[in-house]
Design a binder for this molecule. Structure first.
Ligand SMILES: *[C@@H]1O[C@H](CO)[C@@H](O)[C@H](O)[C@H]1NC(C)=O
Length: 190
């Protein structure tokens, strides 16, 4: 093949690599609130509360939570209104049954149900979105699985260094995969 097609391949390589880098930075993870059961008034037989679920997860800026519900609503409220289940002055209110809420900053987000009595029964959720400085923890964990059960709970909002390292590792391995795949493609066609 001529040098023109080589140049074209190099350009293609650069373009695809750039696009995949942008995709990683921009896209967030979408969490499913309540997993299979969705957003509803707890019966008390659930394996965990909404906040226990939230405590098991790490939320980053750009991530979102998906609420699936029927005859219910999602109110974003202040911490004071969360504590008292006060539904009278929400920051935002959603009742379309299928709500995706994206985190645009770090810190705490408070969600309660707008149905009478539901918040009081445990249909409420606190999510803490990690600050970027926590995500860029410098040390690398020996294994991504090391942080599986790290004693993280609603009383302990300490920085999850091990988990953020594993996220960094997975981003690195994603890039290695993309780069390797592209090298193979370019080598085949040159
Ligand atoms: C709920 O909040 C509103 C506005 O802040 C307040 O006027 C009301 O008294 C509160 N209701 C309860 C039950 O605390």
């Amino acid at each position: 093949m001529g040098s023109a097609s080589k140049a074209f391949n190099n350009m293609l390589f650069a373009a695809v690599l750039t696009a995949s880098m942008v995709a990683v930075v921009v896209s967030g993870f979408q969490f499913e609130v309540g997993e299979n059961m969705g957003w509803r008034k707890p019966t008390g037989k659930e394996p965990e509360t909404y906040n226990e679920w939230a405590a098991r997860n790490r939320f980053h800026i750009g991530d979102s939570v998906h609420f699936k519900y029927r005859k219910d609503s999602v109110l974003v409220v202040s911490s004071a209104d969360y504590l008292t289940c006060n539904k009278s002055n929400p920051i935002s209110k959603f009742d379309d049954g299928n709500t995706v809420f994206q985190f645009d900053h770090s810190g705490f987000f408070y969600f309660i149900s707008g149905q009478p009595g539901n918040c009081e029964s445990g249909e409420r959720l606190i999510i803490r979105v990690m600050h970027p400085s926590e995500v860029e923890a410098p040390e690398l964990a020996p294994s991504p699985s090391a942080g599986g059960n790290s004693g993280w709970n609603s009383d302990n909002w300490g920085p999850p260094g091990v988990i953020s390292s594993s996220i960094k590792l997975s981003v690195v391995s994603y890039f290695m995969t993309v780069v390797a795949a592209l090298c193979v493609m370019v080598c085949l066609f040159v």
